[in-house]
Every structure is written in C-alpha cells, then in structure tokens.
Design a protein around this ligand. Structure first.
Ligand code: KPL
Length: 305
C-alpha cells in the first residue's frame, strides 16, 4: 500500500535516468510528487517505462542541469558506485546542509567518502533488488519486482525524517528500514559478488548459475564473503547467505546481470565496489579471499579489452 503525500512541500531530485532512476521517476510521476531529473547537458526528456505488467507509461519529467538545479529537499542517486563521488563533488556547491542524500547503488565503499565530503547532510543508504534495464537511452523495462532496504547513515535534528521515510517507502516498495543498514548491504553485496562477475566472465544469464557445475565456485565465494562478514561481527549464517543467493538466481533467472550488461556494452563495471571491496576488507582483516581476487582480476581484464 502506498501513502499519498498530499502536500508538495518536498521536492525530489533524481540524478540521471538509469534503469532504476527511471523507475523512481515513473513512480514519482504516478504519485504526483514534485520531482526533477538532474542532467549534465540540457535535454527535454520523454521516457517510456514498461512496468512489470507490460503496461507502457510515458513521462516528460522536469529536468535541470546538475550545476543549476531547481530547489530540492531530497537528492536520490540511483547511479553506479564509481559515479557517486564525482557527481557529488560537481554538485557540492549547490548542496545545502538541510538536503537529504539517498545513495542507491550496487556495491559498497562509498558511504565513508560521502560522509567525509558532506558531513553535515542527512544521508540514507539504500539497496534494492528491483530489476530493470534500458534497451535504448529513453526506454526502461522493468524485469522484476523487488524489495528495498534503507537506513539512515547520517542524520540531523532538523531533518523531517518521517516525511522522507514516507516518500521513500512509496517509491520502491516493499521497503524495510534498518537501524543499521550494514548487514543488508553486505547481503546484497554477497549476491552481487557471486552473480555479477560469474555471469560477466562466463557470458551467461543469471539462471545458468543454478546448474550444478557452478556450485563449488559459488560456495567458495560465499564462504570467503561470509568469513569477512563474521569478522566484522554481523550475524548471519552461511546457509542464510547461500539461500539468499540461490533465491536471487532463481528469481532473476532470465536476466542478464548489470555487470554482464556493462561488459557487453563495453562500459566500466562496479567490480571494485563489489569483489574489490571484499578483497580490501579481507586484507584489512588479514583474511584470504582467493576466489574474490580471481574474479576481480578477470573482470578488470575484460574491462581493459
Ligand atoms: O543486482 C543485480 C545486478 O544485476 O546488478 C542482480 C541482483 C544480480 C540481478 O541481476
């Protein structure tokens, strides 16, 4: 169930219109929220969004330049992990301390950097399992319903927490709010650490990973990641992580992972923020993660080709 927000006092800015950004914009449109898409170059946009029931929606969102945004209260960043810091640096002079930043990306490693750059801003980290892709620049196809996990990673007394939580809860439902988002991020990281590099290096759809010939490699990646998570004292069992990964493989069987698509389209991947993050954490903790290291190198080699 969604809650209509009948006042327009909250302005939402969405950075770019990637697949998830497009879904967020479409939902803002449906709910009558005041929103804008921030762009690097001026553009009049028409987006075609095909929802999970194959229904087509056309939206013409307000747009503004990233250097000259219209006023906003909430800035959502549904972009690649490696784009977060450069984007926030380029928009920093237009960011006021009362504006809430929402990080919505695959991988880990950005939170500390964002906190350093914008120490006074309220900030939320989110992770979603919604599936979507863009067959061309202005078309977004939703491939799966997911769920979204969110948690405040920086807060201030002045921020209108309840209002912001209501808005975000309506955008990619169902949502789960966590007092500490870290474990939810680690769970999604484990899923991505298995599915993304394997599908990218083997050039297969997610569902292929259910075949028995990949079972040992998957088990090794999860074992390594689980050891890192345990060393950080987050409580989750190996079996829970394994069934989470298996569930996502089954639910997204017909999808190409985002990393597969990035390699296919010769784009940079998020490998440094996924398996690379696990390798860095393991090094800090004195743990060995050879499978994660191997996949990191293999994907980096594919990126260089
Ligand atoms: O998040 C994903 C991705 O492709 O990046 C998964 C969950 C693996 C779905 O494809």
């Amino acid at each position: 169930m969604t809650t209509q927000l009948n006042d327009s006092s909250m302005n939402i800015a969405i950075l770019g219109y990637g697949a998830i950004g497009g879904l967020v914009a479409s939902q803002c449109h449906k709910l009558g929220y005041t929103y804008q898409i921030l762009l690097r170059t001026p553009e009049e946009l028409t987006l075609e969004i095909q929802d999970i029931e194959l229904q087509l929606n056309h939206i013409q969102p307000n747009t503004s330049l990233i250097d000259d945004p219209q006023p906003f209260d909430l800035l959502i960043l549904p972009i690649k992990a490696y784009q977060i810091l450069p984007a926030l640096k380029s928009i920093k002079r237009n960011i006021k301390p009362y504006q809430t930043i929402v990080l919505l990306h695959n991988g880990m490693g950005c939170i500390e950097q964002v906190k350093q750059l914008l120490p006074d801003n309220p900030c939320i980290a989110a992770t979603t399992s919604y599936g979507a892709y863009k067959p061309d620049a202005n078309t977004i196809k939703q491939t799966g319903l997911g769920e979204t996990h969110l948690g405040w990673i920086n807060t201030s007394q002045s921020v209108q927490k309840a209002k912001i939580e209501t808005i975000l809860s309506n955008l990619l439902p169902p949502v789960f709010w966590h007092p500490d988002i870290s474990l939810a991020l680690w769970k999604k990281l484990t899923v991505n650490a298995v599915i993304n590099p394997l599908t990218a290096t083997l050039n297969i759809k997610n569902g292929e990973l259910a075949k028995p010939n990949y079972a040992n490699q998957i088990k090794d990646i999860i074992t390594e990641t689980h050891a890192v998570i345990q060393s950080l004292e987050y409580s989750i069992s190996f079996d829970e992580l394994s069934s989470l990964v298996k569930n996502v493989i089954d639910k997204t069987a017909d999808n190409y992972s985002s990393m597969h698509q990035d390699i296919h389209h010769k784009r940079r991947t998020e490998i440094e923020f996924i398996n690379g993050y696990i390798v860095n954490k393991a090094n800090e903790l004195g743990l060995q993660v050879p499978q994660n290291e191997k996949l990191l190198k293999q994907v980096q080699q594919l990126e260089m080709r």
